[in-house]
Design a binder for this molecule. Structure first.
Ligand code: HDE
Length: 744
């Protein structure tokens, strides 16, 4: 029996009992491996395939066996000296099973431990072919990709919605070798020189004595570091802004951060910065939502990505480049292109699209794919090269090195997910976990014994070329150029590019984080840094902390805002957004069906929320409609808008809501307290709210009917059409309170 794919919002999600699966009784053959899961190349140096498809499968045969293939009769009882006797050492199956289990874990990544991955395809537009010889950019060329999104700070089991930077790492399995673009969702980094990386990571990780707090930057050591190393202020500002709490991996930008060098067919070069632009726009959750999510659904981003792909709402990003002349000084408009704490505003140099990435397939084994995938900025292909960015230079060492511990040896490239899709003939031999059976006797060159194989690639056959970039005559020293010295003006540029609401959120985030610090000296030092970025922001945060605001110690520069940095003011597609439709006893099923159909037509996911599930929901809604959530299992965080489709009287029956009536005086209110809670959260999260029919009474009774971003329709379809006028802006921005103090 094959398991039905689970559609987001299907009955299995209500927490009510879903369809019973029968236990299969007939052994079925193994599934064939997916192309990217087939075993590592077992190609001999002379190009002979040495592995049969059967040998390359991870699992084969119908019956349970030991690891050496002996068929087993019983895997549920250990071998013992009688039913009440001690276990016997000779039980090889028990020892093998337990021992393998004992070694199932590998070290988690030192940073970016928590992640989610998906497969997809990248299609070149051909627009970059004039500046790079890399085949991946050729017009309509399709290249398989694997993407891993991640948080940076938390452990593997931590929450998705921590305030943090997100990793955005893409492996392009190109015909010319694997290209890894290992980026983040924030275009700048904390430090300018890789040698400080262990320091910043030690500072942001939990305190070493008690290992608290998990997955958070709101603690003394982090703010101690960033206030002492003021180059971190720009990146920190992005973290404190809404970018630090994305709505979805599907709604994040990605950035290569460093400046890279592209090499064209004729050998000419340009400098570029890579940008991933999500088709769905850049969106965030509110801080309250982030905190709710961390408790109610810590897998929120992981689930959102997998559900969207499973439902066929394939996430898409356009890859773009900002192109700069490869000049000797590598500067643009006073910005040092080698300084990874600086951006070049898009208004000065537009992002030119070069291809489209579509994620089309979820992983089938988290460990084999998302955990074992190993990214490496050294993985470059002909036509893409590095620059001397001192952060990038250090990464070129770190990623190769880290996999040796994490994946247990030097052969991690042979793991199916890391295996290049181009031919490999590398003369690397042996080592831990070697799985290739190399033929031949001469893994060296030149040789005469293996027919001279492998040969070096002549120019015409597209070898990787180390671009002969000139190296300025200099002295050996531990120093960065003076052009890296300005740590504040771009943080100010970012802050001044935000809308007033986004600025308020940023001020609140600083206040929250510094409020969690115990050391007064750390808070004072960070306020001094804020004074040099923006005195009004410094004042707002100081007020929140109940501390005096220091004066700037440097001239606060004039900046020209970059509107592209704000998330407010544009409209975006709604694919895969979720709309909760609340129903109650007096529901009109025809109108609910119309609302469901309208949400579906808009490319969104309707989730009907009924007082309870199971047969009671069927009695209420009839056979053609299904309740995906109940008042008890629904929570505001999973809805992008809510439509109240009927009355929702106070919970009649304690068994349904358990403590839902606690604190509600008898006879008070006419709305179910669980619905009131839901509406209150959705209101504060500034999401669109709609109603029709008796639903309007619910909104009136709860006090929301005349509020901003609340609409009512004549029926189900009309109410959804009204919601559709609000949702493309992502939030009802005017609902957020502002103080006026950061308006300028
Ligand atoms: Fe990383 N980084 N990093 N990093 N990084 C790792 O590699 C490192 C930096 C980024 O999903 C590690 O395999 C150093 C910038 C992502 O598997 C490690 C420096 C950017 C991922 C490492 C940096 C990144 C990592 C940990 C300072 C954005 C997750 C496990 C020079 C451009 C990839 C691993 C995945 C992972 C080192 C700075 C992005 C230890 C030394 C800047 C997305 O090698």
């Amino acid at each position: 029996m094959t398991q039905q794919p689970r559609i987001p919002g299907s009955p299995g999600n209500t927490g009510d009992s879903g369809p019973q699966m029968e236990e299969p009784t007939t052994p079925a053959g193994p599934l064939p491996p997916a192309p990217d899961q087939s075993g590592p190349a077992t190609v001999s140096p002379t190009g002979q395939e040495t592995g049969t498809p059967q040998e390359k499968m991870a699992q084969g045969g119908e019956f349970l066996t030991t690891a050496h293939g002996a068929r087993l009769k019983d895997s549920d009882h250990s071998l013992r000296a009688g039913p009440r006797g001690p276990a016997l050492l000779q039980d090889h199956h028990f020892r093998e099973k337990i021992s393998h289990f004992d070694h199932e874990r590998i070290p988690e990544r030192v940073v970016h431990a928590r992640g989610a991955g998906a497969h997809g395809v990248f299609r070149g537009y051909g627009t970059a072919s004039r500046i790079s010889r890399a085949g991946v950019f050729a017009q309509d060329k399709e290249t398989e990709v694997f993407v891993r999104f991640s948080t940076v700070v938390g452990s593997r089991g931590s929450t998705d919605l921590a305030r943090d930077t997100r990793g955005f790492a893409t492996k392009f399995y190109t015909d010319e070798g694997t290209w890894d673009l290992v980026g983040n969702n924030i275009p700048v980094f904390f430090i300018q020189d890789a040698i400080k990386f262990p320091d910043v990571v030690h500072a942001v990780k939990p305190h070493p004595d008690r290992e608290i707090p998990q997955a958070q930057s709101a603690h003394d050591t982090f703010w101690d570091f960033v206030s002492l190393h003021t180059e971190a202020q720009h990146h920190t500002m992005w973290n404190m802004a809404d970018r630090g709490i994305p709505r979805s991996y599907r709604m994040m930008e990605g950035f290569g951060i460093h400046t890279f060098r592209l090499i064209a067919e004729d050998g000419s070069t340009v400098l570029v910065k890579f940008h991933w632009k999500p088709k769905l726009g850049v969106h965030s959750v509110t801080w309250e939502e982030a905190q709710l999510i961390s408790g109610a659904d810590p897998d929120f981003h992981r689930r959102d990505l997998a559900d969207a792909i499973e439902a066929g709402a394939f996430p898409e990003w356009e890859l773009g480049v900002q192109v700069f002349e490869d000049t000797e000084d590598q500067m643009f408009a006073g910005i040092d292109l080698l300084d990874p704490t600086k951006i070049v505003p898009e208004e000065l140099v537009p992002v030119e699209p070069v291809g489209l990435m579509t994620l089309t397939k979820n992983t089938s084994n988290y460990f084999a794919e998302t955990e074992q995938v190993a990214f490496n900025p050294n993985n470059l292909v002909p036509g893409i090269d590095v620059t001397n960015d001192p952060l990038l230079q250090g990464r070129l060492f770190s990623y190769l090195d880290t996999q040796i511990t994490r994946l247990g040896g030097p052969n991690w490239n042979q793991l199916p997910i890391n295996r290049p899709h181009a031919d490999v003939n590398d003369m690397l031999r042996d080592g831990m976990h070697q799985t290739a059976v190399h033929a031949g006797v001469a893994p060296y060159r030149p040789n005469s014994l293996d027919g001279g194989n492998p040969f070096e690639t002549p120019d015409g056959d597209r070898p990787f070329i180390d671009h002969p970039a000139p190296v300025a005559a200099s002295v050996k020293e531990r120093a960065l150029p003076a052009t890296f010295d300005d740590h504040f003006s771009q943080a100010r540029l970012f802050f001044h590019s935000l809308s007033e609401v986004e600025k308020e959120h940023t001020a609140q985030a600083y206040t929250f984080e510094l409020g969690k610090c115990y050391e007064q000296a750390v808070r004072e030092r960070q306020l001094r840094a804020l004074a040099n970025i923006d005195p009004a922001l410094c004042q707002a945060v100081a007020d929140g902390l109940g501390m005096p605001a220091p004066k700037p110690s440097l001239d606060v520069p004039e900046v020209t805002p970059s509107p592209a940095l704000s998330q407010v003011g544009r409209t975006w597609p709604l694919d895969g957004r979720q709309v909760g439709i609340l129903v109650g006893p007096k529901v009109s099923t025809g109108e609910v069906a119309a609302a469901v159909a309208a949400v579906d037509r808009a490319g969104m996911v309707p989730l009907v929320v009924a007082p309870s599930g199971g047969e009671a929901a069927t009695r209420l809604l009839g056979k053609d409609l299904m309740a995906q959530r109940t008042y008890l299992t629904a929570r505001s965080i999973e809805f992008d808008a809510v439509l109240v489709a009927s009355d929702t009287p106070p919970a009649p029956d304690a068994a349904n809501g358990l403590d839902s009536k606690v604190g509600v005086p008898a006879g008070a209110g006419t709305v179910d307290p669980r619905v009131e809670l839901l509406l209150g959260e959705v209101w504060r999260q500034a999401k669109a709210i709609g109603a029709f029919g008796a639903g309007e009474e619910v909104l009136r009774a709860a006090g929301y009917l005349d509020g901003a971003g609340v609409v009512s329709g004549s029926g189900g379809d009309d109410a959804v059409q009204q919601l559709l006028t609000l949702m493309p802006a992502h939030r009802v921005w005017e609902r957020f309170p502002t103080t006026g103090r950061l308006a300028a």
